[in-house]
Design a protein around this ligand. Structure first.
Ligand code: PEP
Ligand code: MG
Length: 595
């Protein structure tokens, strides 16, 4: 997304960027200037070489001390989770290409330490810029942060620090390093906006953990926002308003009050167990797409990952990820979520999820075509690589394997064969894995619902994907706005499909979870509870909302409500009945007002 500037006739100056952390902040701008000194490169004589190398080593040592200090000063439990970023930066300080490359440049090209470092950093940039994967490309920022720190140390320039902020303000910066962000004083920095950065940058992730509204990627905020100008940051919408009019100011003040009130209220539920008034417990897990979403999952007390969509690893790149690359990412997630389990779903491409290098073009009905498990069973080399990586990750924590879009027992058996062969290979190679790795399947085709009893004998758990189940059961393209009005999880056919799935799972004694969007709808909690789901998996921020409803209902009431809903013949009547009942029981939650 590119940033743009719009001036509304009433006088607001509107900047549009990327919403990195939700919420609204209002305050005077504190503009941090001078992102990094420009390195002064100088030719040196042979006599000066050792002196410059020593100067570079001192800068390295100082950077180590500075980063260790940051580490020691972070006391906050929520932030402790992020200290691995500082460890990554400490590791970069030992990187052979960075250290050895700079020393070689000083020694062989006769340039001063700043020149040698600048040339080495340039080499890193060229390599990172050629990476197509957005997530990995963004990791270049870690090298940049370390490089800038070293350049400042070499030039003897003090770090701009957020400690200079002495009264509440919205910080405007070219970029904020994770080390800066970790030391933010939440009382003083009410929000921040930056010229660079994306949603997956570490700084954005930290902002979310800190609960500080932030907009990044504004390109020229440091030029456009004058010091002390009043600023509104809408981190949910990715919008910044400079010099707001009276009317805009009042509007956002109201929005901020509603948002802050709801957030505070939700926090109260964070640490409470997810159980009903009559003691029925549900496991609330998180749906993940990126390793960087783990801190948010932990902050919202997710009891493990119910769905890790691995297809994002395969997108925007020219070749599929290798076994080693996958293992590194799976392992990172598994170790950071430990001791909670991580459910890794095998590649789900096709339909609306296209992966550039995988040629699926030309299918008349991609959603009914070579999608998900069908693709994996055709491209077995890719599938085996992924199974090996998942198995190897299971040596580092609790892993569950999940197969997408199963429509028959034969597919589960074929997958199990591949899994057993992958295990045999790993055994032969002496590579460790969990021999009892649970194997689960997505229930997201009508066929899977009809034969749920047969499928339950072949696997260890079910996870219902309502996004697809609704699409396939009601024959509605999930991405087609013309039929979106028909897309309703409360359609009587869907309620029956869910009921059949749960009862098949119960009879076979296996856990039944849901990871489609329906699981994240607080309104549906009593219904899902009564249907017999054991686990719900959703976006991290939804966990406290679902938990809040769960803790205020009784299983027995859910059962009675479900009985009533099952009598109703149309989706609309079911929805209306549920909405009326929930608005009556929880007026503060479901009566429609505000945000
Ligand atoms: C689903 O279909 O409900 C699901 C969780 O999978 P996805 O949205 O990734 O297809
Ligand atoms: Mg699906």
């Amino acid at each position: 997304m590119t940033s743009s500037e719009k001036n509304n006739p009433a006088g607001d100056q509107i900047l549009i960027g990327i919403g990195a952390s939700p919420g609204i902040a209002i305050g005077p701008a504190y503009v941090l200037s001078g992102s990094c000194p420009v390195p002064v490169e100088r030719a040196i004589s042979a006599d000066e070489v050792e002196g410059e190398i020593a100067h570079f080593r001192q800068a390295l040592e100082l950077a180590r001390t500075q980063l260790r200090e940051v580490r020691a000063r972070v006391q906050d439990q929520t932030l402790a989770e992020h200290l691995y970023i500082i460890d990554t930066h400490l590791l970069i300080l030992d990187d052979e290409m960075l250290v050895g490359g700079t020393i070689t440049a000083i020694r062989e090209q006769f340039v001063n330490a700043e020149g040698g470092l600048r040339r080495t950093l340039q080499r890193f940039r060229t390599i990172f810029d050629s990476i197509e994967d957005e997530y990995l490309r963004e990791r270049r920022s870690d090298i940049d942060f370390v490089g800038n720190r070293l350049l400042r140390n070499l030039a003897g320039v003090a770090h701009h620090t957020l400690q200079q902020v002495v009264r509440p303000a919205v910080v405007v910066a070219h970029d904020l390093s994770p080390a800066d962000t970790l030391l933010i004083d939440r009382e003083l920095v009410t929000g921040f906006i930056t010229d660079v950065g994306g949603r997956t940058s570490h700084t954005a992730i930290l902002a979310r953990s800190l609960g500080i509204p932030a907009v990044v990627g504004l390109e020229s905020a440091t030029l456009l926002v004058p010091a002390d100008a009043p600023v509104i940051v809408d981190g949910s919408a990715g919008v910044v308003i400079v010099n707001p009019t009276e009317a805009t100011f009042r509007e956002y003040l109201g929005k901020k009050q509603v948002y802050d009130y709801r957030e505070r209220e939700l926090q109260a539920f964070r640490d409470l167990p997810p159980e009903t008034l009559d003691g029925h417990r549900l496991t609330l897990r998180v749906n993940l797409e990126l390793a960087d979403d783990v801190p948010q999952a932990l902050a919202n007390r997710a009891e493990g990952v119910g769905l890790y969509r691995t297809e994002f690893l395969y997108m925007n790149r020219s070749a599929p990820p290798s076994e080693g690359e996958q293992l590194a990412i799976y392992r990172e997630i598994v170790e950071r979520m430990a001791p909670q389990p991580v459910t890794i779903r095998t590649l789900d491409v096709g339909g609306d999820k296209l992966v550039s290098e995988i040629n699926l073009a030309g299918e008349a009905n991609p959603a009914l075509g070579l999608r998900a498990i069908r693709f994996s069973l055709k491209e077995v080399r890719l599938f085996r690589t992924q199974l090996r990586a998942i198995l190897r990750a299971s040596a580092h924590g609790k892993v569950r394997l999940l197969l997408p879009m199963i429509s028959g027992v034969a597919e589960v058996r074929a997958c199990r064969d591949h899994l057993e062969q992958a295990k045999a290979e790993l055994r032969q190679e002496g590579l460790p894995f969990d021999p009892a790795l649970p194997l689960g399947i997505m229930i997201e085709t009508p066929a899977a619902v009809f034969i749920a009893e047969l499928l339950a004998r072949e696997c260890d758990f079910f996870s219902v994907g309502t996004n697809d189940l609704i699409q396939y059961a009601l024959a509605i393209d999930r991405g087609n706005e013309h039929v979106a009005y028909l897309y309703n999880p409360l359609h009587p056919a869907i309620l029956r499909a869910l009921g059949q799935t749960c009862s098949a799972g119960r009879k076979a004694g296996i856990a039944v979870g849901m990871c489609g969007e329906m699981a994240a709808d607080p309104m549906c909690v009593p219904v899902l509870l009564a249907l017999g789901f054991n686990e719900l998996s959703m976006n991290a921020v939804e966990i406290p909302r679902v938990k809040r409803v769960l803790r205020q209902v009784r299983h027995a009431d859910g059962v009675r409500l479900l009985e009533r809903l099952m009598q109703l013949p149309t989706a609309r009547e079911v929805s209306e009945c549920l909405e009326t009942e929930m608005a009556r029981r929880f007026p503060e939650l479901f009566a429609r007002f505000g945000l």
